[in-house]
Design a protein around this ligand. Structure first.
Ligand SMILES: [Mg+2]
Length: 191
């Protein structure tokens, strides 16, 4: 599998942004919950994670979506250099998120990649189910995603998913999987 830069797009949370570490950090700092470990989050639906009250997890997610926190959202290891390199080969780099709004995250991506808003395209679908349509309209062939259900949906729609390995997607699947950004970089054909 060799991927050309213009064929590739990205999910944000859990792929580029280390949103789960931010979640855990907010849980500890604001709600005093110091017992949540990253590796223990084995379900995508954090609201149903047994280690945390559902109302609190909903509130933390709201804080993340609204940017209502002082904790730092960091990129996942190795993401930034690969995305910068891709952005130099093809613009705009496309990100498709199921967040209800792109407002908070566009500025973050621009800061992380040292690019202008015009150098990236961020589509917030508000729904996992609408990602495939956006990708097909943008002629995207490959999408890096951490939510397994979405990977199956994309595959059915003709977009090849690349699973970004996380504790919450450790169930059997037939898709190409990557454990880090260097692995993805080695799959990209930079001309
Ligand atoms: Mg995600």
């Amino acid at each position: 599998m060799m991927i050309r830069p213009f064929e590739l797009a990205f999910d944000i949370d859990g792929v580029f942004a280390d949103t789960m570490t931010l979640f855990i950090d907010i849980a500890e700092k604001i709600y005093g919950l110091s017992n949540i470990r990253y590796e223990d989050i084995t379900e995508y639906e954090i609201e149903s994670f047994s280690g945390i009250d559902k109302m609190i997890s909903t509130e933390i997610i709201r804080r993340i979506l609204d940017g209502d926190h002082t904790s730092i959202l960091a990129p996942l290891d190795g993401a930034t250099p690969v995305l910068k390199r891709l952005n130099q080969h093809h613009r705009p780099t496309l990100f498709v998120t199921a967040r209800p709004s792109a407002d908070q995250i566009v500025g973050w991506i621009c800061d992380m990649l040292s690019v202008e808003p015009a150098d990236i395209a961020v589509v917030a679908t508000g729904s996992f189910d609408d990602k495939a349509e956006v990708l097909i309209e943008s002629d995207i062939r490959y999408f890096v995603e951490d939510r397994l259900d979405t990977c199956f949906q994309l595959n059915s729609a003709g977009v090849t998913p690349i699973v970004f390995r996380q504790p919450w997607n450790r169930k059997p699947h037939p898709f190409r999987e990557i454990g880090n950004w260097q692995e993805l970089e080695s799959m990209i054909l930079f001309e």
